[in-house]
Design a protein around this ligand. Structure first.
Ligand SMILES: [Zn+2]
Ligand SMILES: [Zn+2]
Length: 113
């Protein structure tokens, strides 16, 4: 009985650990990337690309009119299946003026100096 309980607890522990690692991985990745960039004297924000992808249109420059937050996944799913959604129209992204990216504020600052 004790052995079964112990292995069960061990299994649970490993499972939790793996789960934590899965969730923590992107954060650790970003952290490492940022420290690598700073050690290479690259811009932390854009990695010397001098531009940042627009988060609103995901770098496309167009957003789908009528698409509400939370339904974008369904939209993507439809898109991946090649289904035409006549209700959704693409409009120029107002956040980035349809450019799909912004000038990096950090880089534009340093270039001005
Ligand atoms: Zn945009
Ligand atoms: Zn930058």
């Amino acid at each position: 009985m004790d052995n079964i309980t112990a292995s069960e607890i061990a299994g649970l522990g490993v499972g939790t650990l793996l789960l934590c690692a899965t969730f923590a991985a992107p954060k650790v990745d970003a952290l490492i990337a940022a420290s690598q960039r700073s050690s290479l004297r690259m811009c932390k924000k854009c990695g010397d690309l001098r531009m940042i992808a627009c988060s609103k249109c995901r770098g496309v420059g167009l957003i789908r009119e009528g698409a509400t937050f939370g339904l974008t996944f369904v939209d993507d799913l439809y898109e991946s299946f090649g289904a035409e959604n006549s209700k959704a129209r693409s409009i120029a992204c107002p956040s980035c003026q349809a450019k799909g990216h912004f000038c990096c504020p950090d880089c534009s600052k340093s270039s001005l100096v």
